[in-house]
Design a protein around this ligand. Structure first.
Ligand SMILES: O=C([O-])CC(=O)C(=O)O
Ligand SMILES: [Mg+2]
Length: 223
């Protein structure tokens, strides 16, 4: 069976290796910079996915543009369709209502790898975690479950969704690592990456100063 849609050339975003935590802080700082004096509730939507959506196996990492999937909990044809349709280099980001089922496993991971997909972030359960770790296929999920799914709903692909409380559109930047998952809206990616570069540069100075005996109280002005 061959995929009928999607590009064959992987899409790559240069995320300069920034971690989810750095991008989170950078997005906060970038919002504040554009709206000085705004209360936190007036700042742009939080980019942090609910921390209960975590790496399915230790060391899983993703940094890739999203391809969105709206499916139904306890049902998985949407994921099969998404694997066939998503452009190479994208990470599938699926809303399955947080349902504790094994919506995705080794078979889908092998199929996704064959199509050049970068990984899966799913608001719901997965299974075959050991096999996915052995494949090195990165998955972020709400947990694992052996329970199999129905095959009822084809799902909606490429539509705006919410995952772990965060809005996601196809093309947004998704970064997942040991700390969790962030979703940077596409129109903010350049500004957030620039802010992240600045933050890393500042932290290099802080780390060097700590090596010279300074305290975090002094360095962060907390005394
Ligand atoms: O049966 C399913 O669709 C989920 C699964 O375990 C696999 O992809 O290996
Ligand atoms: Mg399986």
């Amino acid at each position: 069976m061959t995929a009928t849609t999607g590009t064959t050339r992987p899409v790559r975003l240069d995320t300069r290796g920034h971690s989810s935590a750095t991008l989170y802080e950078a997005a906060q700082a970038e919002s504040r910079r554009r709206a000085p004096g705004a209360t936190p509730s007036c700042l742009e939507a939080d980019i942090a996915v609910d921390p209960a959506v975590r790496a399915a196996w230790p060391g899983a990492r993703i940094a890739a543009p999203a391809y969105t999937v709206q499916g139904a909990g306890g049902d998985n044809p949407a994921l099969h369709h998404a694997v066939a349709a998503a452009p190479a280099g994208h990470v599938l980001v699926a809303d399955l209502g947080g349902a504790p089922f094994g919506h995705w496993g080794e078979v889908l991971a092998v199929a996704a790898r064959h199509r050049g997909l970068a990984g899966l972030v799913v608001d719901g359960g997965v299974r075959d975690v050991e096999e996915m770790r052995a494949l090195g296929f990165p998955v972020f999920s709400r947990g694992s479950s052996v329970r199999g799914t129905r095959t009822l709903f084809a799902g909606a692909l490429g539509v705006p969704i919410h995952v772990g409380g965060v809005p996601v559109a196809t093309g947004d930047l998704v970064v997942g690592d040991a700390d969790g998952v962030v979703v940077v809206p596409r129109h903010r990616v350049d500004a957030v990456l620039e802010q992240a570069d600045e933050r890393i540069a500042e932290e290099q100075h802080i780390l060097a100063a700590l090596g010279s005996g300074a305290t975090t109280l002094e360095l962060y002005g907390l005394e």
